[in-house]
Design a protein around this ligand. Structure first.
Ligand code: ADP
Ligand code: ASP
Ligand code: MG
Length: 403
């Protein structure tokens, strides 16, 4: 029998009753497939554990944080296995380390290096349903690690890829992938099918429904993913290889709030300055969402970049050092920046789509700070106060809302 990996997010496991309901979904698929179940921590449990650590210290060691946060998934796997047993199915719970999810040593944001999976294969061979803790692994130094917040999606897709599963089903609290976050924008539509590239772009630009690293693994291994609602039986969204030859069309939108725009004004043009600034930012792990190097005059240039707002303190610390060293006179910053992205195969090079975006935004009186394009997306950076208005204008322009 071919394998399906089934993953449940925290909202779908909020109470023991939720867990029992989720187990029935697994029972349904077990009739025709071998099933590996991956579970997140019960709703709010990871946040609650994190909050407890904050009551003790604002600067916990990352190792201890991983040890703490992985406890949430441990509770879920045990309860889930019990719920499956109650339905007369043989189940066995596993931590990430027990199934050999080997990661690097970057606590709180570890990368998967290898999945051994022997115990999973053995459990499947014994006709048992393995129930695996999402979000966690173990380093070669035998330290417990986590894959970053929302990392259970990554566990599910990585296990699917490693074990040659037919597909992964991600059960969550919405009916599938929508044209924008259905909890934030009314009237959005569910999308039937998305290409791997489109899903990856959506995830990376802010759509929480599938973690960017899970999207990335799915794209690399061509692992089909269904996103479905754990609270009903409706068909969901299928993420698979691209459909249609060439038909550039906006399919969805997403946004990312809480960004931070910095401009280093009139930096002296020295060949090594640019690389020095970027190296220092990269070494501190700063994630650049946008980067623009513009000519100010013959001797100087301006450098603008955008990062997540929660990296502001780190960026400021680096800039204090750089300003002195490179004799930078002025730094401008905005803390009220966000981005909005339109996603669709091939749209980034379609001037008609760009024109429609700019026309709709100017009619909605939205001021744009910066724009980037890629083959699959057009990304507009703007002040946060414009976000809702801007998204609504574009959803309407591209017919991405229900009639
Ligand atoms: P889980 O706990 O199941 O992992 P998440 O909260 O991580 O669930 O992801 C599901 C949420 O993603 C939805 O509740 C929804 O608010 C949000 N979301 C953001 N963008 C989209 C989108 N385009 N389509 C569907 N859901 C989206
Ligand atoms: N429990 C973890 C979190 O809340 C992982 C996950 O839900 O995917 O981030
Ligand atoms: Mg999630």
């Amino acid at each position: 029998m071919s394998i399906i990996v089934i993953k449940f997010g925290g909202t779908s496991l909020a109470t023991p009753a939720h867990i029992c309901r989720a187990a029935q979904k697994v029972a349904y698929y077990k009739k025709t497939h071998d099933i590996i179940t991956v579970v997140s921590a019960m709703a709010h449990s990871t946040d609650n554990l994190f909050a407890m650590s904050r009551e003790i210290t604002k600067t916990p060691k990352a190792r201890e944080l991983d040890m703490l946060l992985t406890a949430g998934e441990r509770i879920s796997v045990a309860l889930f296995s019990m719920a499956l047993e109650r339905l007369n199915m043989e189940a066995v719970s596993f931590t990430g380390s027990q199934v050999g999810i080997i990661t690097d040593t970057t606590h709180t944001d570890a990368r998967i290096l290898e999945i051994k999976g022997d115990r999973l294969k053995r459990a499947l061979g014994d006709n048992k349903i393995p129930v695996v803790c999402g979000f966690q692994g173990v380093s070669r130094e035998k330290e417990i690690t986590t894959l970053g917040r929302g990392g259970s999606d990554t566990t599910a897709v990585a296990l699917g890829a490693a074990l040659g599963a037919e597909r992964c089903i991600i059960f969550t609290d919405v009916d599938g992938v929508f044209t924008e976050d259905p909890h934030r924008f009314v009237g959005t539509k569910k999308i039937g099918t998305l290409s791997y590239g489109e899903m990856l772009e959506l995830s990376c630009r802010g759509a929480q429904v599938l973690h960017p690293r899970a999207s990335s693994i799915a794209a690399r291994y061509c692992m089909p993913i269904e996103i479905r609602n754990s609270f009903n039986k409706k068909s969901g969204t299928l993420i698979t290889t691209v459909e249609g030859m060439e038909h550039p069309k906006p399919k969805a939108m997403t946004h990312c709030e809480d960004l931070y725009l910095v401009t280093l004004v009139q930096v002296l043009k020295r060949s090594h300055y640019l690389s020095q600034i970027l190296t220092e930012l990269a070494e501190a792990g700063i994630h650049l969402k946008f980067f623009f190097h513009g000519i100010s005059d013959e001797k100087r240039f301006d450098l603008s970049f955008i990062t997540p707002l929660d990296e502001r303190a780190k960026v400021k610390k680096i800039l204090r050092g750089i300003m002195k060293k490179l004799r930078i006179r002025q730094v401008r910053e905005s803390v009220d920046i966000c981005s909005m992205s339109v996603i669709g195969q091939g749209i980034g090079s379609e001037s008609k789509v760009l024109t429609k975006i700019f026309t709709a935004l100017s009619q909605a009186r939205v001021h744009i700070e910066a724009v980037t394009t890629s083959e699959l997306s057009i990304n507009v950076f703007l002040k946060r106060t414009y976000l809702s208005r801007a998204v609504r204008a574009l959803l309407k322009k591209f017919h991405l809302t229900r009639k």
